[in-house]
Write a protein that binds this ligand. Structure first.
Ligand code: UDP
Length: 234
């Protein structure tokens, strides 16, 4: 396997499946099966999940809600998704722990780096909920932060696009996919991989990011085996 310890970032929107909002149980169990394939091969897996399928702070603020209030609601949304994913992974036979950046101790452990690492060493899948625990951040930033903290080998950003393109492939038919690209080139070309805070944190800590399509069967496995199916930012 190319990677021993990964930080998998899943967006909240991915969990909607074909629906317009919420959580699609079918999609959840598909993800659990994909994750099981790499777990069985001994990859240590930490996951950060977004909350965009339920609530985004910015969306609330645009309708007059206090931004900080909205952001905390968004963080709670990621905990709901984390619990759903935890259930699906355990249904599929894996051991998991949910750790949250905001304390909700009846349902999750508080985030403690040393404990998280110990869980990983024992082959438990660790899901990090509530983002960074701070408003004005995103779950992409939480993913890179946790990835750096636990010494992950890579951030795997599973999305519905299969990599980083010269232009938005959903708008420009001539857009070409990069197999790999440096952090510096992403910035120079003004490409969008993650928000600036997340991206800079990754660059400063030389933690590579692989952007790939999580919705294709075996893609997560292929990425972990070193097959270049997405785009590696290094
Ligand atoms: N959020 C936050 N701080 C964090 C992570 C998330 O305030 O550290 C809030 C923010 O309002 C964000 C929402 O949680 O809009 C959901 O996260 P995100 O939009 O990153 O989820 P995704 O787009 O990956 O589904």
């Amino acid at each position: 396997m190319k990677y021993k310890r990964i930080l998998l970032k899943l967006s909240g929107e991915a969990l909607m499946g074909e629906n317009q909002y919420g959580i699609d149980p079918q999609r959840l169990s598909e993800y659990a099966q994909e994750i099981k394939k790499i777990h069985a091969l001994g990859v240590e897996i930490a996951i950060v999940i977004g909350g965009g399928n339920i609530f985004r702070g910015v969306a609330g603020a645009s309708k007059g809600m206090d931004r900080v209030q909205g952001d905390y609601m968004g963080m709670l949304a990621t905990v709901i998704n984390g619990m759903a994913l935890q259930g699906a992974l355990e249904d599929a036979g894996m051991l998991t722990r949910l750790q949250t950046a905001l304390k909700i101790e009846e349902i999750a452990e508080p985030y403690i780096k040393r404990r998280a690492v110990r869980h990983l060493e024992k082959n438990r899948i660790v899901i990090f909920g509530a983002g960074t625990g701070n408003p004005y951040f995103t779950t992409d930033t939480a993913a890179v932060l946790r990835g750096v903290e636990i010494n992950a080998d890579v951030i795997l950003k599973g999305t519905r696009v299969d990599g980083v393109y010269t232009a938005d492939p959903e708008k420009d038919p001539n857009a070409v996919k990069y197999e790999s690209i440096t952090f510096t080139d992403v910035l120079a070309k003004g490409l969008n991989v993650m928000d600036t805070t997340a991206f800079t944190l990754s660059q400063e800590n030389q933690l590579p990011i692989v952007v790939f399509d999580m919705n294709k069967e075996n893609n997560l496995l292929k990425v972990c085996q070193g097959e270049n199916i997405g785009t590696t930012v290094y």
